[in-house]
Design a protein around this ligand. Structure first.
Ligand code: F6R
Length: 617
């Protein structure tokens, strides 16, 4: 939530900052702003709306000379999205400027204290309180900005990634982090520094980056090295510079109209990258380093608790079927936001698996901390390399999906299921609960998934035709059973979040316990009905829908006969085993929601009120 970026170097800062904000816009897009220091003056432009709106108000004249500045794209927490609440925020003296991602939880009491001392506030934000707190500390201690930031942050409760600038010392930016991500890109010759919530704003300039740990801060000065400190006690920290593998192509649309479409189409490649080097089908081997190193713990596990949010939670539900079915380990799947506050019972021998694309979701991070406090071994499944969750867990496995920029998760879901399937198979084999023959056939089948996804993508045109018919429906119902019940939930979530159509996912048999009352001739029902274990049961459910005149869009196995005669539309999927069917059945649902959203003129990549990484609880 919120993207922050900044630049100090020899180039003109504003185009770098604006382009950086465009790349970070997936994190929030309620308002945007920029500050550059230009020949003794602070030039600040900010506005409600997107970075495109900010670009419109930046005149050609300003910002030309400046080669130091900071920028922000906001997802509102405190205070509605408007020009005043947009960042950057300035201190009362007008000397200090800040951009902030996170929440200062004790901002109300700090604001009261500062008001008593004469500070005035223009906005409703916690951030304006923080910058004035820093100013107050700086004045009282007669110290430099870095020291003032350090002292002030020790009075703050909450989360932050901040960049602060002082016009009295205009060759320096001070940054700090707790709970929200912050990276510093460094040019090879140390003449340029880039600040950002993730590496996308600076990857075309440098691959060298420092990721700040929680409660670390850095003073970045032109022409010198970065100095890093611990926020708690001001002790010095040795900067750790990593070389990033990311490249520019991965974060651009590559000819697709939207990132979401590109990411749907990338799934054959993404799934292959997830199992590359891990699945050696013809040797009958699965290697997942984080599991191999801790195999004893997994084999002894009495229970696995999966904690996640949103789409990652749906992948967790699929994993529940996989682990119970293939490895005979009991599984509970928890919403991180509930788990963290429930005083859950965690026993010795329990393993917690946290699933998160971004690796930054605040509730999942809190669930991990709680599980660790209670003595659990915590394993992470993340996509973003070096993310907070990847670092906070005892061990883990990356999905290697590549950057997912569309706010609606697509390739994250299929790659999470892929890695979780590999783990379940590996454990099932090691525990001797799955026969060698079955194990081997699963390995070959996993290898064939990318090709099967390709086959489905070829039906895009047909799915678009179906989207055209139902794009104006106010409601949708998604039904599935067994492994495909989480897919029904995921299909409904995709439609809701990008097209703003109300949709619900249900286990098909639950329909008669309530949702059947919704069915009439106007209700489209997406029935996931591959010819697998529950086929006959789902066919009966489809009969029930048909007799109430519901419109049926069915996902069936190629060659299907029974559903075809009942359904209004069928989308055929290739033959696939029950366990891996979610990897295939989910693809048409992604495409259906994508096309409906486009036809409804919705902003597919940046749906209203959402943000890609939810770093507030
Ligand atoms: C849905 C979506 C969200 C995320 C959720 C968790 O398309 O993107 O529901 O799945 O916010 O995010 P991560 O996986 O980053 O923890």
């Amino acid at each position: 939530m919120c993207g922050i970026t900044g630049y100090i170097g020899y180039r003109i800062a504003s185009p770098i900052i604006i382009k950086g904000l465009e790349r970070l816009e997936y994190r929030g897009y309620d308002s945007a702003g920029i500050m550059v220091y230009n020949q003794g003056k602070l030039e600040i432009s900010k506005t409600k709306g997107k970075v495109a709106d900010l670009k419109k108000i930046l005149s050609d004249k300003i910002h030309k000379e400046a080669n130091i500045g900071i920028g922000h794209t906001r997802w509102a927490t405190h205070g509605e999205p408007n020009d005043v609440n947009a960042h950057p925020h300035t201190s009362n003296s007008g000397d200090l400027v800040i951009i902030h991602n996170g929440i200062i939880e004790n901002f109300n009491s700090l604001r009261k204290e500062l008001s008593k001392r004469g500070f005035k506030f223009e906005s409703d934000t916690d951030t304006e309180v923080l910058i004035n707190l820093i100013e107050d500390v700086k004045n009282n201690n007669n110290c430099k900005l870095g020291k003032a930031v350090q002292i002030a942050l020790n009075q703050v409760v909450g989360a932050y990634a901040i960049a602060v600038f002082d016009r009295n010392n205009p060759e320096e930016i001070v940054v700090a982090k707790l709970g929200s991500p912050l990276a510093i890109g460094i040019s090879k010759d140390n003449t340029e520094f880039f600040i950002a919530s993730d590496a996308s704003p600076f990857i075309e300039y440098t691959n060298n980056a420092i990721y700040l740990e929680d409660q670390e801060m850095a003073v970045i000065s032109l022409g010198t090295d970065i100095k890093m400190y611990k926020v708690a006690d001001d002790s010095q920290v040795e900067p750790y510079i990593q070389e990033l593998k990311l490249n520019l192509d991965q974060i651009e649309k590559g000819g697709y109209d939207h990132f979401m479409l590109k990411e749907i189409y990338e799934q054959p490649r993404a799934v292959t990258d997830t199992y590359r080097g891990r699945l050696l089908a013809n040797k009958g081997i699965i290697r997942v380093a984080g599991i191999d190193d801790n195999i004893e713990k997994f084999l002894k596990a009495k229970r696995i608790i999966i904690s996640a949010c949103g789409t990652s939670w749906h992948a967790g539900l699929v994993a529940e079927y996989l682990f119970e079915d293939l490895a005979r380990i009991p599984v509970e799947v928890e919403y991180s936001s509930e788990f963290r506050y429930r005083n859950p019972i965690i026993n010795e021998g329990d393993i917690v698996i946290a699933i998160s694309q971004s690796g930054e979701t605040a509730d999942t991070l809190a669930a991990i901390k709680l599980a660790k406090e209670k003595g659990a071994f915590v394993f992470g499944v993340c996509n973003v390399v070096g993310s907070t969750i990847a670092r906070e867990t005892h061990a883990g496995a990356y999905t290697h999906a590549g950057p997912e920029i569309g706010v609606a998760s697509t390739k994250a879901f299929t790659t999470q299921i892929t890695i979780l399937a590999l783990i379940a198979l590996k454990l099932g084999k090691a525990k001797g609960v799955i026969s060698q023959e079955k194990y081997q056939s699963y390995l070959y089948e996993l290898e064939s998934i990318p090709e099967k996804i390709e086959q489905l993508l070829k039906q895009d045109k047909k799915i678009k035709e179906i989207a055209k018919i139902y794009k104006d429906s106010p409601n949708f119902l998604y039904l599935g059973r067994g492994y495909n019940f989480p897919v029904a939930l995921e299909g409904a979530l995709k439609l809701k979040e990008i097209s703003y159509i109300h949709a619900e996912g249900y286990p098909a048999a639950e329909m008669k316990h309530g949702p059947i009352a919704l069915i009439d001739e106007n209700m489209p029902i997406v029935a996931i009905a591959p010819n697998l274990k529950h086929y006959e049961k789902v066919v009966s459910n489809i009969h029930e829908i048909k007799s109430r005149k519901g419109k049926i869009i069915a996902i069936v196995t190629e060659g299907d006969v029974d559903v075809k005669v009942l359904a209004d539309h069928v989308i055929e999927i290739p033959h696939i085993s029950e366990a891996f069917s979610p990897l295939i059945t989910t693809i048409p649902l992604q495409l259906l929601s994508y096309h409906i959203a486009v036809m409804r003129n919705c902003n597919v990549d940046q749906p209203r009120n959402l943000a890609k990484s939810v770093t507030v609880e």
